[in-house]
Design a protein around this ligand. Sequence first.
Ligand code: PMP
Length: 356
Amino acid sequence: MPLQVRPGIMEIAAYVGGEAAIPGVERVIRLASNENPLGPSPRAVEAYRAVAEELHRYPDGGAVALREAIAQALKLDAARIVCGAGSDELISLLTRAYAGPGDEVLYSRHGFLMYPIAAKSVGATPVAAPERDMTSDVDALLAAVTEHTRLLFLANPNNPTGSCLPASEIERLHAGLPDSVLLVLDSAYAEYVERADYSDGSALVEKHDNVVMIRTFSKIHGLASLRLGWAYCPPAVADVLHRVRGPFNVAAPAQAAGVAAIGDGDHLEHSRRHNAAARTAFVEGLKRLNLRAEPSEGNFVLVRFGDAAAAAAHLKQEGILVRRMDAYGLPQHLRVTIGTDEEMARVLDALSRFEQ
Ligand code: PMP
């Protein structure tokens, strides 16, 4: 008898990411993965290097120093923090612990791809609720809840649309959910948000038993390569995550760099300011080229083209990598990460020579 793959697995299209090279191009401009173009804090790099002496040791399985550093920096409770190998791992662990065959995992139509992938991996059914104007729609999400719904993933701001809901809408969403649904607020891009009515969701976590917030060191902290994320949980959910996670799921260099990064407020502020200014300038530049970008609160913008495939091919020829959006059901869009000022000028220059 041949090997039996679990139902649902073969419906998953493998996630493609981290593309780095263009044949024949020496200095590729990488704007496809929402990384920090300024890199990590120098203090994080130093802390990472210092761990090289101890590579034969297992890391601290409880990530104690890192959890305490995060708690201190963001005024949170360290006991409620669970660390993971990227927030991707936390999405997988939460799904594995709370959903299985016959269950539904709800998300917004253009939500992050990992949500349906995680759902299918455990044999659950991903359910995509419609959006309004490329923005998550609380009423549509609540209308899509059934007796089978176990998890609701909501990225705020959302990748790839860049849209963002105010704290009041998140509270309304939570209030309309049955206690049996775990609301996972994915705040991967929280640090970039400019609007005053935003909240990352940590306050809601502290008030309720069925809300989790997940965060990452891959974006503003510039540590994507180290795979480091964390969840802020009700105590019972933290207990569940500790049961299902691997015993040493976060590498020691990642833990050490994370402690240093979260303590470097200056680098974070510098990165935030750069992103806000460069994003505004880029969107204005796009307007001058008659290109339309979705309003974004993240470190990326979604740009609409007549022929997005041709635009991506043109940019690639110019040494610039951006992300095609076909996998998100947005074949006419490209997602462009906000890079350095020089990189964004290169993108605009390349687009000015692109004939639609
Ligand atoms: N959530 C969202 C909304 C994201 O955009 C990403 C990265 N693309 C992740 C989670 C995963 O990030 P990481 O695993 O690097 O922490």
